[in-house]
Write a protein that binds this ligand. Structure first.
Ligand SMILES: Cc1ncc(COP(=O)(O)O)c(C=O)c1O
Length: 382
């Protein structure tokens, strides 16, 4: 797998199996960092990786990124000011933005790693799922001595299998193995042997071929659903690979409402504030599409739309009441046009719901007593 698909020629003693790539990241952080050492990360990054380095005593420094990946000039500037011991990256599909790091920037980072003596910790958590072209080879394939490469079977099989691995020089692997002895002793040999069987028999390769085709389709239908439900609120690019979309919101108030509803038991996603490496204040929403059939994705994004507009999602309502709330949501969308129509009339309104089943409407009632319907009616009235 490493040799054929990722161009990595390694010996078994250069690999350490871990419980998921998360453990690999934590071990690499503990092995590398000394007090007052710094680690550079992209200004938006995988939260448990930020925590792993911070808990290992590292000073975590964020560097901006754009649609080509991390800003290499900013990396160089930091290396001149700080004692940088490691650079943590997700170059294949940047987490959370999904951007692939361009080859020329990869080479520049390697030059900087040699010049300033830092290690590159490369988290390649979803390598196989690349849709636009052949996947780019990992940085570790052309600079094995400078990188600590971390992979996982979580996206390929299932996260609860808890199998990941670290690939590095034998010296680094020996140091990591010593740490493993103190926290896990020997891993779970039963699941590791079962996974080895899946790899050796070709079953895993066949599974990847099948799921690749399914996820490629879901990536397309998710984009269509995003355009249907959220096009006016957020922008997104079709990710070249990976199993998620990154949404940049135009309307930050809508994103705030979504964040507040993030604990909803119907929709599960990380709040937009969770990826920022201080002092970054960049925000966006990362939405995974791989586990959703087309209709499920459509329903989830319709609920997300309601969250963006209302700050909450309907739960377990009867069809009749659901119809009322759907109409309210639609009416609210027309509200600003209503405001425009009424501009200059200086009247006070209050909301009330007329929920007679045949005619559910949201009205605004003039305190003077006269009812003025808006939304669908308002358009006819104008
Ligand atoms: C960027 C990134 N790194 C690492 C992990 C950890 O994966 P695991 O520990 O399940 O292998 C994840 C999980 O989603 C991830 O998104």
């Amino acid at each position: 797998m490493l040799r054929a698909q990722r161009g990595m020629v390694v010996r078994p003693e250069q690999i350490c199996v871990t419980r998921g790539s998360q453990m690999g990241i934590a071990l690499a952080a503990r092995m590398l960092m000394r007090p007052r050492d710094a680690v550079i990360m992209e200004s938006l990054a995988y939260t448990p990786a930020i925590s792993s380095f911070a808990m290992a005593g590292a000073k975590v420094l964020g560097v901006p990124l754009d649609n080509q990946g991390i800003d290499v000039e900013a990396v160089e500037a930091l290396c001149r000011r700080e004692r940088v011991r490691a650079l943590f990256l997700t170059p294949h599909h940047q987490f959370p933005t999904t951007v692939s790091l361009r080859p020329e920037r990869r080479l520049r980072l390697l030059e900087l790693a040699r010049q300033f003596g830092f290690a590159i910790v490369e988290d390649d958590y979803d390598h196989e799922y690349h849709f636009e072209s052949q996947p780019l080879l990992p940085i570790a394939s052309y600079a094995p001595g400078r990188t600590i490469y971390i992979g996982s079977l979580s996206k390929l099989t299932l996260p609860s299998l808890r199998i990941g691995y670290v690939v590095a020089s034998t010296q680094v692997i020996d140091a990591i193995a010593e740490l493993v002895m103190t926290v896990d002793r020997q891993g779970n040999l039963l699941t590791e042997e079962a996974a080895a069987d899946l790899i050796a028999s070709g079953e895993l390769r066949r599974h990847v071929r099948k799921t690749h085709a399914i996820y490629a389709e879901r990536r397309q239908s998710f984009a269509a659903a995003l355009r249907r439900h959220l096009a006016d609120l957020a922008e997104f690019d079709m990710p070249e690979g990976g199993l998620a979309y990154w949404l940049r919101f135009r309307d930050m108030a809508a994103l705030d409402r979504i964040d507040r509803g993030a604990a909803s038991d119907k929709l599960r996603f990380a709040p937009s504030t969770s990826f920022a490496v201080p002092p970054s204040r960049e925000r966006g929403l990362r939405l995974g599409f791989a586990s959703l059939e087309e209709e499920e994705a459509d329903r989830a994004l319709r609920d997300l739309r309601a969250l963006a507009e209302l700050g909450w999602v309907r739960h377990g309502l009867t069809n009749e009441i659901r119809a009322v709330f759907d109409r309210i949501a639609r009416d609210l969308r027309h509200r600003h046009r209503f405001e425009e129509a009424m501009r200059g009339t200086r009247v006070d309104f209050r909301f009330h719901i007329d929920s007679r089943p045949a005619q559910p409407r949201l009205h605004r009632q003039r305190l003077l007593g006269q009812k003025v319907a808006f939304g669908n009616h308002e358009e006819q009235r104008r």
